[in-house]
Structures are given as C-alpha cells and as structure tokens.
Ligand binder design. Structure first.
Ligand SMILES: O=P(O)(O)OC[C@H]1O[C@H](OP(=O)(O)OP(=O)(O)O)[C@H](O)[C@@H]1O
Ligand SMILES: O=c1cc[nH]c(=O)[nH]1
Ligand SMILES: [Mg+2]
Length: 209
C-alpha cells in the first residue's frame, strides 16, 4: 500500500505561505516552486537504496555509501509540472525527464491528453511524477495509468498542494503509489479549484493571466 507523506518542514511551509499569496510576483512564484520541489525531492528520495563502498581520502580509506545504481525519471504533467523539474534535477542531475501533456477541461474537469514523450527505458526507472496541484486527481491518475501502461512498477507522485478529493482518488485508483505533498487543503470549489489553494499554478508560473 502506498503511503501519504505530508511534508511539514518549516522551510517548505514558509515558502508555501509565500506562493499562496496573490501578491507574489511571477518571478518569485516560479523560483519558489523550484525551491519547494528541491526540498520535496530530498524527502521523496529518502528510501533510495545505497551500497557500501570505499574511497581513498587524502589521508586514509573511508567506508562510504553511494546510491545503488537506481535509475530515476522525473515526469512533469504539463504545463505546471514543468516548474518543478529544475528543482528535482538540482538533487538528481542524472535523472531522465519525460513529459506528459494534460490539461483539465474547464467544464467537465476531465483531463485531456495532448503530448507524451518518455525515456525509452522508462519501465526500468523509478518514476517521480510532478505537478504542483492535485485537485480532483483526474490528471494525476491518468498520468500514473499512462506510465503504468509502459510497464513501470515504481511510481511516486509529488504535488505541492492537494485536496482531500484528489488524494482519495489516487489512493483508490493507485494504492501502490507513494504520494508526497506539502499541504492537504480544505476542499474544492464548484469550479474544481483547491480552497484555499493558490489559484491556477500554470498561469502563475508562466504569467499567462
Ligand atoms: O487534479 P485535477 O482536477 O486534474 O487538477 C489538477 C491539474 O490542473 C492543473 O493543470 P491545468 O489543467 O490547469 O493545466 P496547465 O498546467 O497547463 O495550467 C494542475 O497543474 C494539474 O495538472
Ligand atoms: O486549484 C487548482 C486546481 C487545479 N489546477 C490549479 O492550477 N489549481
Ligand atoms: Mg492551469
């Protein structure tokens, strides 16, 4: 059974308070989304396997731990997920990056797919799907299923803000997937926006509103 991790590190929560503020500029919003992704990545990679080996320091041999050959992939859900990619790559620069393009139809709230490009060896990789917002969960559940269809067995979902409705959807549809969020907000409004949330993450990252 996948676990839900609600990350409450003070640095993370402080940065989250700034991106929720409607007066935060596009530049600062984008920078903070990236910094938050880095902090979340640190927690989400905590269970990566390590192997013990030796290196020679200038004065002696040290027994050290290295990540044990695990291959990672970061898969942002376009567009807003793009804002989290650089922050992830800051800590795992060798990860490959796949892209899944989904937008949420404003009337039906159903995800509509418009793009997909994944690393060829995606099925051998530990996949981190990133998207700042988990609202109804429709986009994330579709992205997870898409990646599962390629044979991936190790998938983690990282969203900055989540709604209870979206969490329930993922836990129901994909009980094997670990979920990492920085907040579980109160609810969705009639238009499927997270309350209190931060508005439309894609628009705030790219300045399109
Ligand atoms: O959980 P859901 O109800 O599916 O909603 C969440 C989705 O909505 C937003 O994307 P949006 O459709 O606004 O596309 P964008 O990233 O291009 O702005 C967000 O980035 C998620 O992908
Ligand atoms: O609150 C929400 C819900 C979906 N997508 C967003 O960007 N924000
Ligand atoms: Mg959007």
């Amino acid at each position: 059974m996948g676990a839900l991790h609600v990350l409450d590190h003070p640095l993370l929560q402080h940065k989250l308070s700034i991106i929720r503020d409607k007066n935060t500029s596009v530049k600062e919003f984008r920078e903070l989304i990236s910094e938050i992704a880095t902090l979340m990545c640190y927690e989400a990679t905590r269970d990566l396997p390590v192997e013990v080996c030796e290196v020679e320091t200038p004065v002696a041999v040290a027994t050290v731990k290295k990540i044990a050959g695990k291959k990672l992939a970061v898969v942002p859900i376009l567009r807003a997920g793009l804002g989290m990619v650089d922050g992830m790559l800051t800590l795992v620069p060798s990860a490959k990056v796949g892209h899944i393009g989904l937008y949420r139809d404003p009337d039906t709230l159903e995800p509509v797919e418009y793009y997909c490009k994944l690393p060829k060896d995606i099925s051998e990789r530990e996949v981190y799907i990133v998207d700042p917002m988990l609202a109804t969960g429709g986009s994330a559940t579709a992205a997870i299923q898409f990646i599962k269809n390629y044979g991936c067995q190790h998938i983690k979902l990282m969203c900055i803000i989540s709604a209870p409705e979206g969490l329930r959807r993922i836990q129901n549809d994909h009980p094997d997937v670990d979920i990492f969020v920085a907040s579980v907000d109160e609810k969705l409004n009639d238009h499927g926006y997270i309350i209190p949330g931060l508005g439309d993450a894609g628009d705030r990252i790219f300045g399109t509103k």
